[in-house]
Structures are given as structure tokens and as C-alpha cells.
Design a protein around this ligand. Structure first.
Ligand code: FAD
Length: 341
């Protein structure tokens, strides 16, 4: 009788593993590092309260990425699948997606998640199309296993959606979920190498041009000095770099789309609906009017300071502190005062 009981128990465990489990697509960035946004995705995944597997893709150094991921076992990662192949150079969607599709066919995950990034934005919609389900992008809250919150209309409305798809394919807005902290959990996750023989005749990775900077990446910076059209030139953007460099390792520079379009800075600095989403401790909007598309990318910042010569500029409506004045007078003054601190 007891044998019967145990075999029933084992069967039901296997079933629940099959029917309610989550796959987190972990992201490898330069030199085998784990992308910080993967840790936000892990937090969202753990709120689903079911077993978690992870998968890592890379052309090389996946062992390093796996070791980093294993430090976050407090999110109860059961297994880490590792797919290493030179064909994953540049993490092209055409190479990665067939492997994900295979993994899904074998393990029947109910949820597949990744942190919102260029990588997941190219991979997960392709996977969703191949599985014939609706991808759910940029969620800011997990309500339950079927219901999620996300912003629509450039952040002006909050949508609570319910998905009846058998597998939910989700990207997670990094700024909306705390990063998972390093910690123990219930033991080290097993690592399984995937047979990742890949055939990709559809695309080829040529090169990646990266802006080298000593300053932190926009999504992880604690302080952002963001400039708008009012800066008037590329040379004047130096005013903002000088401010950021007063806070080494903590501050960086962002921009409105108008500043990017005018060529004052590179487009990787753009914040907003069609740029990066940020939520630093301090966001200083300098000569930025506060169009809804810009606000969509920075409104969750903890403290917002606006500097604008027009006292009626919409940015003041969301600012915690506002300074009405000419930036070409205010910024050099601010720089001098900060240097003396
Ligand atoms: P402006 O709106 O021209 O504002 C300049 C501000 O500077 C004004 O408020 C002015 O009073 C002030 N100013 C001028 N001179 C000075 C001075 N000397 N000192 C102090 N203040 C001064 N925008 C984004 O930023 N990010 C996005 O991701 C984005 N996505 C978009 C997507 C779509 C589909 C569309 C249609 C638009 C998008 N936009 C986006 C553009 C957006 O609508 C605005 O056009 C843009 O944000 C305006 O940038 P700005 O505030 O720098 O310029």
C-alpha cells in the first residue's frame, strides 16, 4: 500500500512539474557576464511560485555565466540548460529560437520569461509565433499565473490582461521588479548541456559596435543627467558629461529623442517609449519639455528634478523639484558648486 502511495505521489509530482513550470531565458552579455535584467526576470518568475528552469545561450564563456547564475539560487532554480555554439554569436533570433522551441516541446513550460532587452525582444516574439501564442511584453506586475499588468498608450493607461494561452511568453520590465539577491535557496541547480547543433541559413552576425564608456549603463545608473533639444549641440552635451563625471560609477547621461534626432548624442542614450526605460534614484531632466513619450521612460525614477526655462513645461507636473532657469547659466553653476562639495 505504501509503495502505491509513493508511486502516486511521484506521479503527481511529475505531473505538476510538467504542467506548471517556468523557463527563464537568461541573457549573456559581454565577456560571459550575466545581464542584470535577468535578475529582475528571476524575481518576476519566482512570483509565479512554481519550479524554475533557466537557459543560457552563448558562443563561448557560458560556464562563467552559469556560475554567476548559480549564485541566485534563492529563486529556486531547479535546472540550468546551457547551449554553447559559435552559431550563437550575437545571439541571433534565428539561431536561438529553434533550440528554445525544442526545449519547450520537451518540457512543456507554462511560462517562458525574459528581462526586457534587445535580445528577448527579438527572441520571444519569434518563439511565440512558432508556438502560435500571444506574447506578453514588458509586464510590470504579476497578478497571478494568468494575469499580468503592463502599461499601454505610452504609459498613460494601465492594462490588466488575462491570458488563456497554454504557455505564456513574457518579457519583464526590469525597473518594475527588484533584482533577485544572491543567496542560498534549496541547493545548487543542476546544469545540463543542450545538444545545440544549430543550422542557421537565415542570418549571420557581422559585428557589434559598442560605445565604450567608463560610466554605468543607463538602466543600472543611480543618477541620470538627461538632456533635451535645448542643449542645442553635441559640444554642449559635454556640460552633462562633466556633471556625471562628478559621481564616478554612479552617474551617466541620458537624452530625449529630440536631442538624439538632432545628432547631439548617440541613440543608445535615448530614454522613453522608443528608448530605454529607467528608474534611477535621481533623474535630472535638463531642457526637456516632458512629452508623454519621454515620461514613459523615466516616470518611475525615485526623485525627479526638472530644469527648464519655461515654468509651464509639462515636465514640472511630474518633478519632485523644479528649477525655472536657463540651463546654460544653471548647469555651469551647479557644476562649480558640486565640485566644491
Ligand atoms: P522639446 O519638446 O523641444 O523641449 C525642449 C525644452 O527645453 C522646452 O521645454 C524648452 O522650454 C526648454 N528650453 C529651451 N531652451 C532652454 C534653456 N536655455 N534652458 C532651459 N530650458 C530650455 N521622445 C523621447 O524623449 N523619447 C522617446 O522614446 C520618444 N518616443 C517617441 C515615440 C513616438 C511614436 C513619437 C511620436 C514621439 C516620441 N518622442 C520621444 C518624441 C516626443 O514626442 C518629444 O518630441 C520629445 O521628447 C521632445 O524632446 P525635448 O523635450 O528634448 O524637446
Amino acid at each position: 500500500q505504501s509503495r502505491y502511495f509513493f508511486s502516486r505521489l511521484a506521479t503527481s509530482t511529475i505531473h505538476s512539474r510538467c504542467f506548471a513550470s517556468t523557463l527563464v531565458v537568461a541573457e549573456q552579455i559581454d565577456g560571459g557576464k550575466l545581464a542584470p535584467v535577468t535578475l529582475n526576470a528571476l524575481t518576476a518568475a519566482s512570483q509565479l511560485k512554481q519550479d524554475i528552469d533557466c537557459v543560457i545561450f552563448g558562443a563561448d564563456k557560458t560556464a562563467e555565466t552559469t556560475t554567476q547564475l548559480q549564485k541566485f539560487n534563492n529563486s529556486n532554480i531547479k535546472k540550468i540548460f546551457v547551449a554553447e555554439n559559435v552559431a550563437f554569436k550575437g545571439l541571433l533570433s534565428e539561431a536561438v529560437t529553434p533550440v528554445l522551441l525544442d526545449l519547450q516541446k520537451k518540457n512543456n513550460y507554462t511560462h517562458i520569461l525574459g528581462g526586457s532587452s534587445t535580445f528577448t525582444k527579438s527572441i520571444l516574439p519569434r518563439l511565440a509565433a512558432l508556438l502560435d501564442v500571444q506574447p506578453i511584453s514588458d509586464i510590470t506586475k504579476v497578478v497571478d499565473k494568468d494575469q499580468f499588468i503592463r502599461f499601454v498608450y505610452a504609459g498613460n493607461a494601465v492594462l490588466k490582461l488575462k491570458s488563456n494561452d497554454t504557455v505564456k511568453i513574457i518579457t519583464v520590465r526590469g525597473t518594475a521588479f527588484e533584482a533577485t539577491k544572491e543567496g542560498g535557496g534549496s541547493g545548487q541547480a543542476n546544469v545540463e548541456k543542450l545538444d545545440s547543433s544549430v543550422k542557421n541559413d537565415l542570418s549571420e552576425f557581422v559585428e557589434r559596435q559598442i560605445q565604450q564608456s567608463e560610466r554605468p549603463e543607463l538602466p543600472s545608473a543611480r543618477i541620470i543627467f538627461s538632456g533635451g533639444r535645448a542643449l542645442k549641440s553635441k559640444e554642449n552635451f559635454k556640460l552633462l558629461y562633466d556633471l556625471a563625471d562628478l559621481f564616478p560609477g554612479q552617474a551617466t547621461v541620458g537624452a530625449s529623442r529630440a536631442a538624439v534626432d538632432a545628432g547631439y548624442c548617440t541613440n543608445d542614450l535615448q530614454i522613453g517609449q522608443t528608448g530605454k526605460i529607467v528608474a534611477p534614484d535621481l533623474y535630472v531632466a535638463i531642457g526637456i519639455s516632458g512629452a508623454i513619450q519621454h515620461i514613459a521612460g523615466m516616470k518611475d525614477s525615485k526623485v525627479i528634478v526638472a530644469i527648464n526655462k519655461d515654468g509651464d513645461a509639462p515636465i514640472f507636473a511630474i518633478a519632485d523639484y523644479g528649477l525655472v532657469g536657463d540651463l546654460f547659466k544653471v548647469i555651469p553653476e551647479l557644476n562649480e558648486k558640486l565640485k566644491k562639495k
